[in-house]
Design a protein around this ligand. Sequence first.
Ligand code: PXP
Length: 240
Amino acid sequence: MIELGVNIDHVATVRQARRTYEPDPAIAAALAEQGGADGITFHLREDRRHIQDRDVDVLMQTVTVKTNLELACEEQVLAIACRVKPDWALLVPESREEVTTEGGLDVASDSGRIAAAIERLKSHGILTSLFIDPDVRQVAAAAELGVDAVELHTGPYALAKRADVATELSRLEVAGQHASQAGMRLHAGHGLNYVNVRPVAKLPGVIELNIGHAIVSRAVMVGMKEAVSEMRRILDLCSP
Ligand code: PXP
């Protein structure tokens, strides 16, 4: 069975729009677990645009399935990872201007810094994963570093125009086969939704998918009717 990692960052995005206490990503994580999530993913970005340091501490105390902390190779967040010890650390590139993670790590040309981060995380008993483009060069470079998993970037597949979907899927398939053959766990994610997830879930060797925005978006929609009904009932009871 494919493992489902649910990324709850955008629950915190809604909260940070008002800098208040709701919605709480830890409560969303508990509900995601009830829905069948095998893991909870959260990205502590340098600019703290969604997940805050406190969220990381609370999530580490409350999540009962796998925890997967997404982070850049930066001293401050690496130190936090080594302190809180998630089950997994997922290393990603990060730039302040991007709306979301835009591309995979360039492991092939930045291996020194990434290798040092991996060693440090491993020495704290944390499993490591690298977010990379579906490119066999990057897969080979990741294998050289001895990581436990690679997460293939499915964003280009998710954004591909109809004529390019098959090409993007085949890039994922080839890179995935190399990763599995090299003995790494094969994860994938980014931009996956209720419409485009099936072909990726069926790729040979895929063990885990990480999905965030589509699930949080759907949660808003399927919960809207109930949320409005609850407010309606309160107002109805206030009527003279
Ligand atoms: N994997 C990585 C490395 C990511 O950065 C993200 C987005 O935070 C995801 C998976 C999930 O992507 P999405 O929110 O588009 O499902």
